[in-house]
Design a binder for this molecule. Sequence first.
Ligand SMILES: [Zn+2]
Ligand SMILES: [Zn+2]
Length: 233
Amino acid sequence: MRGILQVYNWLQFNLIPPVCLLCGDPGHEHLDLCRGCLSDLPTIAHPCLSCGRPLQHPATIRCGACQRKPPPFDRCRSAFAYGPPVDWLVQALKFHQQFTAGRLLSTLLVQRFADVPAPDYLLPVPLHATRLRERGFNQSLELARPLAKALGLPMETARCRRTRHTENQSRLTRKERRLNLREAFEVEWPNPPRRVAIVDDVLSTGATAGELARALKRAGVAEVEVWVAARAV
Ligand SMILES: [Zn+2]
Ligand SMILES: [Zn+2]
């Protein structure tokens, strides 16, 4: 099945001219996005180095909250702000299995992360086995796989497991999310690498990435970054 899908993707990528997923105009340079829609995508001009939220004063590098209490990860890099139409693209991949949206997002991620200092490993946020069965795929893995390939970075999927099937986080408060996620990840990584970048589709409260970063650091990883397609603001 995977082989057929790869052939289909190859044919689609190489033979069918790209079309903007948002407005239907011809795509710009192999992207499923036109030049206009590309330049309209929401970005965060001055993000906090630690959590990725927009900073009020561009001269500072960390927001007040992160200065008082830094998150468990060392740095957050997001390609976009989580707002229209990026939210639509993320949801099209995650809930409607539109892999063209996933391919577009991962291509944009490659462009965004091509020049940043490379970590030793990319680590897509694992889904619990039950959630994976429900959804059929892991959207973080769909984003991380092409990114790892394009940047020539190893990707780790076996040494970290999600051990608790957590409730849907979206309706929970920040504190409830923390409690819900406590020790939700298990990392077994003999001779762990120094630097790992967690890859996810969206960072909202940061609870999931934070819990995973904690687990990685307990296992001996020195530095954990979070790379996301979109940062909720
Ligand atoms: Zn367009
Ligand atoms: Zn911050």
